[in-house]
Design a protein around this ligand. Structure first.
Ligand SMILES: Cc1cc2nc3c(=O)[nH]c(=O)nc-3n(C[C@H](O)[C@H](O)[C@H](O)COP(=O)(O)OP(=O)(O)OC[C@H]3O[C@@H](n4cnc5c(N)ncnc54)[C@H](O)[C@@H]3O)c2cc1C
Length: 424
């Protein structure tokens, strides 16, 4: 298996951008070249606000170029649970925002001719245990009654029309979700930002942030500096130690993926006939889909505590073979890992710190959709153009207590969930 994101290996032509050297000035400096940073730059440049994006490595080298490419409705928590925690009105607003986020990606891709294979193929939430079907039905009723939102629950027999497997016991279809080639979306969005007059530097790690008494902010890299009126930090699960409050509010959790070699078209069409983005109800979930070039991209949980990744990829291949025994004879050509950002509440956070820094992060595996919308909202916050409060606003960001222990806690939770999947 090649240790490389299949999305990167199969992407459109990648431009290599220069790194920052010398002194630059702009209106807004954005640290982080993933979906959130590029969307922020895009929405600001559309209003002729001059932006500079600084990316530590290359665009899409964080989670944005390594994900499952599943643009999903909703959040990691169910809508019924969010309604209980946040109130029904707020939960309705959250659901609407997740739907808006998908429409936004579709619109941006169309308007700017971004060739990223965006497809409204819907998602399938597959039931790992028979009892999970009851839960899916309850959720379906609540969605219809309280949210006026329709999904379709399938029993084991009906599932065959969606997924050729005996591994699952049914599932739930939501037609509003979509898929895309995430790396190509990153590349297309970056080119659009540049066409609109924005500047992007790669291999330009922000090392230090200096605030001036005149309200300006200067971001230092090894060979240069950018001075701007506003600072946006959108480094998400790759935050390092640049800004303590942000770094200590996001919990990185590793996820791993494999992708098969290219498969016969008839086989992929038989396995996932309607091209759904699939994820399941296991605690240590599997997520998978067809790719535009007829592979199966299959993801699962990454390292817990000290385990080494190599055996985990083999285990994931075994998991894929269990779901689709037809794939046993095909090779997994690519394997890669990445970090998913979580917050304490497992909901995205967006806001501005007392020191003026704008931030957004922590989409908990739903960032393929939410990050583009968050970029738009960040641009709106900077321009004071957003009407009303959004439910993800978090202006009193506080570092998570005992943050240094998060790696151990995540490891123990993964172990606990593995046992739970096996017995409950
Ligand atoms: C394996 C995997 C599978 C996933 N699958 C899905 C999925 O199917 N659907 C879904 O909705 N979500 C999925 N996600 C999550 C999704 O990819 C993320 O939520 C989303 O990409 C976050 O985008 P972002 O721009 O906020 O962060 P990133 O894309 O992580 O961007 C942050 C960037 O900041 C840069 N950076 C960090 N520090 C500095 C610095 N000091 N100076 C300059 N640059 C810096 C990093 O190099 C990085 O490029 C998955 C994630 C992973 C890892």
């Amino acid at each position: 298996m090649k240790q490389l994101s299949m999305w990167e290996a199969t992407s459109n032509k990648k431009e290599q951008r220069s790194s920052l050297s010398g002194n630059e000035e702009c209106d807004v400096v954005i640290i982080g070249g993933g979906f959130t940073g590029l969307s922020t730059a895009y929405h600001l440049q559309k209003k002729n606000v001059k932006t500079i994006v600084l990316e530590k490595s290359y665009l899409g080298s964080g989670a944005s170029g390594r994900n499952g490419g599943q643009i999903l409705t909703g959040f990691i928590d169910s809508m019924s649970s969010l309604a209980k925690k946040k109130g029904l009105q707020t939960a309705r607003q959250m659901l609407q925002m997740s739907l808006d986020s998908i429409d936004l990606i579709e619109r941006i891709s169309k308007e700017n001719q971004i060739s990223c294979s965006f497809k409204r193929s819907g998602h399938l939430y597959a039931a790992y245990k028979p009892a999970h079907i009851d839960w899916l039905k309850e959720e379906q009723e609540i969605l219809e009654k309280d949210f006026n939102y329709r999904v379709r629950v399938l029993d084991k027999q009906d599932l065959q029309a969606e997924l050729k497997t005996d591994f699952y016991h049914g599932g739930c279809i939501d037609e509003n979700s979509a898929t895309y080639h995430p790396f190509n979306y990153v590349l297309g969005l970056a080119e659009t930002v540049e066409k609109l007059g924005g500047t992007i530097y790669e291999n330009s790690e922000a090392h230090e942030i200096i605030k001036s008494s005149n309200g300006k902010v200067t971001v230092m890299t090894e060979d240069g500096r950018v001075t701007a009126d506003h600072l946006v930090i959108v480094t998400n699960a790759y935050s390092g130690n640049l800004h303590k409050t942000i770094s200590r509010s996001v919990i990185p959790v590793e996820s791993i993926m494999i992708a098969t070699e290219q498969l016969p078209e008839e086989l992929v069409s038989e396995l996932i006939p309607n091209d759904r983005a699939v994820f399941d109800t296991k605690h240590m979930l599997y997520y998978f889909r067809r790719t535009p070039d007829n592979r199966i991209a299959f993801g699962g949980s990454g390292r817990s505590l000290s385990s080494d990744t190599a055996p985990l990829y083999l285990k994931l291949k075994e998991g894929m073979n269990n779901v689709f025994p037809e794939l046993k004879k095909y090779m997994a050509e690519f394997c890669w890992s990445g970090k998913v950002g979580f917050t304490k509440e497992m909901l995205p956070y967006i806001g501005q710190l007392e020191d003026g820094t704008h931030f957004a992060f922590g989409y908990a595996g739903h960032g393929a959709a939410m990050s583009t919308l968050m970029g738009k909202l960040l641009a709106g916050n900077i321009l004071s153009e957003n009407n009303g409060k959004n439910p993800f606003e978090k202006n009193d960001l506080r570092p998570i207590p005992f943050y240094s222990q998060h790696g151990k806690v995540v490891g123990l939770m993964k172990y606990y969930f593995k046992v739970k999947d096996a017995i409950s």
